[in-house]
Design a protein around this ligand. Structure first.
Ligand code: GTP
Ligand code: MG
Length: 207
């Protein structure tokens, strides 16, 4: 699927302020600086639709983008950013968890993890929480271009082994690079197939 249009809708400080939940929504989440905003730009073929930064903590609000006038792509603040106060971190966590648990049109979360890193406790705990809260999610490995050929596959395999210690089944996994624009087509295919399924089954979120 090639995206025809993508536009910024609004930034919200809490889930109650988000746009009307009338369309299917897909959200990007993960640690600060993992590449959420960059991947949104790569997917939508925009240079700076979502604001990116070398400094972690750039995205501090819930940002909604309307894609092809038919679904929302959402950029969430990163979790686990160490350089803010404990209280601020707690506020971010509350904003994120409230959004996830209350946003009735949220169809799938994409949990982004850095391909270069070994499985991080904070990501594993977040995925565990998603499982316990019955929140559907997929894993997106980012910045694959920063590894030598073969390196990404090795790290992804190691990650899968770690997950299989506690999970019976693995979620959908995507390996991406916003820099090289790789892996985005697979994510878009998943979204397109899901949207078609929702239309076919006349699923509504705002009843
Ligand atoms: P917060 O909004 O702070 O939570 O960060 P974020 O997850 O939105 O990360 P962002 O997209 O702002 O990217 C952080 C940094 O990583 C930027 O300097 C990007 O240029 C860089 N980056 C993101 N994706 C890639 C990638 O695929 N390859 C490479 N080489 N760099 C990337
Ligand atoms: Mg961001």
């Amino acid at each position: 699927m090639v995206i025809k249009s993508a536009e910024f809708v609004k930034s919200s400080q809490k889930w109650q302020d988000c746009p009307e939940p009338a369309l299917p929504e897909y959200a990007f989440i993960g640690r600060s600086n993992v590449g959420k905003s960059s991947l949104i730009n790569a997917m939508t073929n925009h240079k700076d639709l979502a604001k990116t930064s070398q400094t972690p903590g750039k995205t501090q609000l819930i940002n909604h983008f309307l894609v092809d006038e038919s679904w929302f792509l959402t950029d969430l603040p990163g979790y686990g950013y160490a350089k803010v106060s404990k209280n601020m971190r707690k506020d971010f966590e509350k904003l994120i968890t409230n959004y996830i648990l209350n946003r009735q049109n949220l169809v799938n979360l994409f949990v982004l993890v850095d391909t270069r890193l070994s499985p991080q406790k904070i990501d594993l705990e977040f995925m565990q929480w998603c499982g316990e809260s019955s929140v559907p999610f997929s894993i997106v490995f980012t910045k694959a271009d920063k590894l030598k050929p073969g390196g990404a596959d090795r790290n992804v395999d190691a990650y899968k082994m770690e997950l299989l210690k506690t999970w019976e089944d693995l979620p959908e996994i995507y390996v991406t690079s916003a820099e090289k624009k790789t892996g985005t087509e697979q994510i878009l295919k998943f979204i397109q197939d899901t949207n078609q399924f929702l239309i076919k089954n006349k699923v509504r979120f705002d009843d």
